[in-house]
Design a protein around this ligand. Structure first.
Ligand SMILES: [Zn+2]
Ligand SMILES: [Zn+2]
Length: 290
């Protein structure tokens, strides 16, 4: 459609495009969504807080934190975020958390791990536990929340053996942004990516992981095989985007496996001829410009 006729837009900033392996240029997976007047964080991997400060001056405006699943690379930055907001008094109550079953228990145990710090700070009397403990909604497939001007839907993806993994689809007027979460190719992702203006999808370089499987043995080999089974390869992601008629495919959570962004582009181009970007930390995209 003609983007000039659209009301509003959605912007996506990639706060981290990396993996569980530390990389000074690519922090852990996280996306910041600006939609109407709201800011929403999707996942909070290692390094997210500092990328967030680089990307956005109004961090206290984050209304929701959406989690795709509870793998450490997607949630290990949460303590940084929660404590910065608490000690820095960014908010009187933290953003609302939305995540898979198990999120409530995860946050409860996180707070328990920091029991000593919480006791010391609350005893000083300048902060209360209300400023640290978010309200939490655990979701199921099809969970939808509608706000005044926009909506978000959580949909199940296939990251087996992770039992509960989700992607998110944001809509504002006729603008659509979809975040894949971690997943292999699956029908529910295909369905929910339909007609996305921006589709942020994870990817592993197919040739690189094939080589790793061929040249390793025992538990290492099994590990690479497992990773390939529950992630999206560079030869598959273009097919999903093409079938869904995605306008702009943004690759993130890059498992490059000794390859390069150019290697990913070659593979994806074999099946997708729309707009294509290999994500970088702090890259920002808007549906208005699509
Ligand atoms: Zn994962
Ligand atoms: Zn991951």
């Amino acid at each position: 459609m003609d983007s000039s006729n659209r009301v509003g837009s959605i912007s996506v900033t990639l706060l981290g495009t990396g993996t569980p392996i530390p990389d000074r240029d690519r922090h852990g997976p996280s996306q910041l969504i600006k939609i109407a007047r709201d800011l929403v964080l999707v996942d909070c991997g290692p390094g997210t807080l500092h990328r967030l400060l680089e990307a956005e001056s109004n961090v206290s405006a984050i209304s929701h934190v959406l989690l795709t699943h509870l793998h450490s690379d997607h949630v290990s930055g949460l303590a940084d975020l929660l404590w910065a907001g608490w000690v820095g008094r960014w908010w009187t109550t933290p953003p609302v958390f939305v995540g898979p079953p198990g999120t409530e228990e995860f946050i409860k145990r996180l707070l328990y791990a920091f029991e000593e710090d919480i006791r010391l700070r609350t005893e000083e009397g300048s902060v209360t536990i209300a400023g640290l403990h978010p309200s939490i909604h655990e979701i199921e497939d099809g969970w939808t929340k509608t706000f005044h001007e926009w909506s978000v839907k959580g949909f199940r993806v296939d990251h087996y053996p992770v039992k509960h993994a989700f992607g998110y689809r944001f809509e504002h007027d006729k603008n659509v942004v979809v975040i894949s979460g971690d997943t292999c190719i699956c029908e529910n992702l295909q369905m929910h990516a339909q007609d996305a203006d921006i589709f942020v999808c994870e990817v592993v370089w197919a040739e690189g992981i094939k080589r790793a499987i061929e040249t390793s043995h025992g538990p290492d080999k099994a590990r690479w095989e497992r990773i390939l089974r529950y992630h999206m390869s560079s030869l598959e992601v273009g097919k999903v985007a093409a079938n869904a008629r995605v306008k702009h495919l943004v690759l993130s959570h890059l498992m490059l496996m000794n390859g390069s962004p150019a290697d990913l582009l070659v593979d994806v181009r074999s099946s997708f001829d729309g707009k294509l970007t290999v994500g970088e930390d702090l890259a920002k995209f808007s549906t208005k410009a699509e």
